[in-house]
Design a protein around this ligand. Sequence first.
Ligand code: SF4
Length: 260
Amino acid sequence: MPSKSTLATFRRLVVTWFRKHGRDLPWRRTRDPYRVLVSEFMLQQTQVSRVEGFYARFLDQYPDVHTLAAAAPGMVRESWEGLGYYRRAANLHRLARRVVTELDGTIPAEVDRLRALPGVGRYTAGAVATFAFEAAEPAVDTNVARVLTRAFHPRAGKAARDQHRLWDTAKALVPRKGASAWAFNQGLMELGALLCTARQARCADCPVRAVCATGKRTLKAARRRPRSAPASPGSRTPSRDGLASAGSRRTGRPGTPDRS
Ligand code: SF4
């Protein structure tokens, strides 16, 4: 685990950067748990730009959990047409019916209770808790996992033990105060979507480069390289833009494999 002061600096830099550079996305303008849930289901495996239009249309048609619960399954599927991965629509519909019939129409705020709902896994439960209820909960999707791996656990792989470490680090990083927890989790995802992407890590432009293991290493190597000696042909590690990665994650906060 990184030191407390490193975590504190990283946390502060992410929040400050996000407040200045974070994109204005429709699901960031609301704390309505139903709307946040809809956005999280739609963003699984899907690009932000693609979701934006669907999101508004879907909410026009199903403005609340009761409307969605009352709809016929075929109608919901039709409304999802074009977004793909129809299991998400079926799960969201089942979730709405469960919330209406068993929870009096109230989406729970606690991670454990959220995880008991159809289609909600660890990531989605954390995301709804923090993005709708401003809870100090981690939400590690593939963008966040990539940032945390590069910043603090550069040797981490896919093993369950390594993934647990990422979640532990994410938990240690989340600010205790609601609005800051929301901004930090959004900021971490935004970093992974805009600067620390699977294709390339733009360390020279990154706000956390001074406390990121990969950023420090990459920028040190770039400084050592003589000005007249460009990176070797075909190199995927540009001198200014930092590490280029062969990773496979989505960018622009598109969907994630572990988003339930
Ligand atoms: S400094 Fe580089 S590797 Fe580290 S988080 Fe930023 S872009 Fe990613």
